[in-house]
Design a protein around this ligand. Structure first.
Ligand code: TXA
Ligand code: MG
Length: 350
């Protein structure tokens, strides 16, 4: 499907906003009427469609070029909506919802069969989240239907954290976008399956394992995430995502990065370095980009995807990146970096 023009609604998220604001009402109606509309959330921009309609959801897969066996997250604005979509609400899920909704946590439930088949890719489970963003919540209320929304990037591109990223990928491929400014968290929500005991994290994200365990006790991490050879439980994670155009190489020992850069330069390559505010003055390369502050990993998360997109615009052949401790949100940062690097890591002890 192609559109002459993608409609852009600009909304100031700092102003009072609700479902009756004119442009929110209009964009909500488009979603209800089975058009796809991109929207800001606190994690990344999503590409929203009426989760009750296979026809609407098909447009998401088409616009993104997304494999149809990769299920979507259903976004809701009110807890009442949940009861109609899921078979039951386990105690663990109830506690997590109380603690983290609205927020960057997606919970997997038994599917009651009330959303379109294409949303769940035929799975017996359904993933649901309530985003913590005034524009998203107002739009969900205006649409008055549960909204299926993957990240609003072309498949294989980093998730978008600004409306400009969305338009760079999807202009003319989607009906509209609500521009609410840059998102905050910067990485996608944590995905946790509460239909198994103990609950299992399929994707690290905005809510950390430590924060979850403080509420419901021990949870496990899908072994595929810690370098196991198993197929990830979450279908989306088996695809290489987020890959920048230059070869990304993660380097555990920051002290050898400059030598690696020099070596590639000698071969005539255009070389980039992905670093942080603390170390940016230490490198000489064709392109040196900083991604937040090492001392505050949340800022690295916020900027990561945007920096990966910036590298694409520079035509570097190879990018050497610093690594981060896998603690707190560092777990999600490293998960995305490792995927973007497609396994290219130079270990400290290598
Ligand atoms: O922060 C986010 O979660 C963003 C914003 C827009 O809400 N959305 C997002 O959606 O990241 P997406 O489609 O890019 O990622 C959804 C992930 C995929 O890895 C998918 O396989 C997994 O959730 N997923 C969805 N339903 C599932 C299910 N029933 N079982 C296992 N994994 C599921
Ligand atoms: Mg995605």
């Amino acid at each position: 499907m192609s559109y002459k023009q993608t409609r852009v609604w600009i909304v100031d998220k700092n102003k009072e906003i609700d479902k009756n604001v004119e442009c929110i009402k209009e964009a909500g109606l488009w979603i209800k009427n089975n058009e796809v509309v991109a929207l800001p959330t606190e994690t990344v921009y999503g590409l929203g469609a009426n989760a009750r309609s296979n026809k609407a959801v098909a447009k998401i897969f088409e616009a993104k070029g997304r494999p149809s066996d990769n299920p979507l997250i259903v976004h809701i604005a009110k807890i009442e909506q949940l009861n109609k979509i899921v078979k039951e609400i386990p105690e663990t899920a109830r506690k997590l919802m109380e603690a983290f909704w609205p927020g960057p946590l997606t919970i997997i439930f038994q599917n009651a069969g009330q959303v379109a088949e294409k949303v769940t890719a035929g799975l017996p489970t359904v993933a649901i989240r309530m985003p913590d963003h005034p524009v998203a919540l107002a739009l969900l209320e205006a649409a008055d239907v549960p909204v299926a929304a993957p990240s609003a990037n072309l498949s294989g591109k980093p998730s978008p954290t600004t409306a400009q990223h969305v338009l760079a990928d999807l202009n003319g491929r989607i009906a509209g976008i609500v521009d609410g400014g840059p998102t905050g968290v910067g990485l996608e929500s944590t995905v946790i399956d509460c239909t198994v005991h103990p609950p299992m994290i399929y994707r690290p994200g905005g809510v950390t394992k430590e924060e979850i365990e403080a509420v419901i006790g021990e949870v496990c991490l899908d072994q595929a995430l810690v370098g196991g050879s198993e197929v990830p439980k979450s279908p989306g994670l088996k695809y290489t995502h987020y890959a920048p155009e230059g070869d990304l190489v993660l380097v555990e020992d920051v002290h050898i990065i400059q030598a690696l850069v020099n070596e590639e330069k000698k071969k005539g390559k255009k070389v980039g370095v992905l670093t942080t505010e603390e170390r940016k003055g230490r490198y000489e390369a064709d392109v040196v980009l900083t991604c937040g502050r090492r001392q505050k990993l949340a800022t690295v998360a916020t900027q990561l995807y945007s920096v990966l997109r910036q590298f694409d615009a520079t035509n570097v052949d190879v990018i050497f990146s610093e690594t981060f401790p896998k603690e707190g949100v560092g777990e999600a940062v490293m998960n995305r970096l490792e995927k973007a690097a497609g396994g290219r890591v130079i270990r400290r002890d290598a």
